[in-house]
Ligand binder design. Structure first.
Ligand code: PGA
Length: 256
């Protein structure tokens, strides 16, 4: 199975979100062999986008969640609230959360933990900065992020572990990682997740994110090591996102 996740970040109002979600459904209409698509609109649009996606195969996701299920946490949105609005996925530890909002490994682990125990499937985002890659410490760094989040974590048997490898230098830069870099890191991540958790291969999915567009999506998706893509900028434009969905469909058909 291949996954394509659209992370709309802090963009789009309710009307635009609904229009984009409708457009995505149009792109998938009549396609029997489509990837699993997840749309992550801003919180304010979740409720309306949910209505558009109802009775479709496209899943709803959130971009973040609080560390607790409820309580006196002004401004936070909990996994219970995300369940309530029918979200199936939530991204946790995105590099923008880590760097701009100072989310530590400890906070990311708490969010992952509360999401693991909810009805949602968390997508844990990891990835090294340019300095770490240049110093040949990318794997060491990613290993640290994975261990901090997953080591000893209580993961329900039925719940898969999704990790998005998003090198910080590739996000929004127009400078994506190469296929070789991605395969190498995805193998490493998969092995680390298998070592740190009680999962088998079936229960682990590793996605790539960072300057994915309609031109490069196919070359990533056709790789066995790439279970899917986490798309930022290109998920906001229907033409580009439609091209990425098309790449997913083409890969599935070609690999049958
Ligand atoms: P990008 O963002 O596709 O715009 O590089 C990816 C992400 O931040 O998830």
């Amino acid at each position: 199975m291949k996954y394509i996740v659209g992370n709309w970040k802090m963009n789009l109002g309710i009307r635009e979100s609904v229009a984009l979600a409708r457009g995505v459904l149009r792109e998938l209409r009549g396609e029997d062999e489509a990837p699993e698509v997840v749309l992550c609109p801003p919180f304010t649009a979740l409720s309306e986008v949910r209505k558009v996606l109802a009775r479709s195969r496209v899943r709803l996701g959130a971009q973040n969640c609080g560390t607790e299920r409820s309580g006196a946490f002004t401004g936070e949105v909990s996994v219970a609230m995300l369940e309530d609005v029918s979200c199936s996925f939530v991204t946790v530890g995105h590099s923008e959360r880590r760097t701009i909002f100072n989310e530590t490994d400890d906070i990311v682990r708490k969010k992952l933990s509360v999401a693991m125990e909810s009805k949602l499937t968390p997508i844990l985002c990891v990835g090294e900065s340019k300095e770490e890659r240049d110093a040949d410490r990318a794997k060491e760094f990613v290993q640290g992020q994975l261990a901090a989040s997953l080591d000893g974590l209580n993961i329900p048997r039925s719940k898969p572990v999704f990790v998005a490898y998003e090198p910080v230098w590739a996000i929004g830069s127009g400078n994506p990682a190469t296929v070789a870099e991605i395969i190498d890191m995805h193998q490493f991540i998969r092995n680390e997740v298998l070592r740190l958790t009680n999962k088998d291969e079936e229960g682990v999915a590793v996605l790539y994110g960072g300057s994915v567009d309609e031109e490069n999506a196919y070359q990533y998706l056709r790789e066995r090591e790439v279970d899917g893509l986490l798309v930022g900028g290109a998920s906001l434009k229907l033409q580009a996102f439609g091209g990425i969905l098309r790449a997913g469909i083409d890969v599935i058909v070609a690999q049958q």
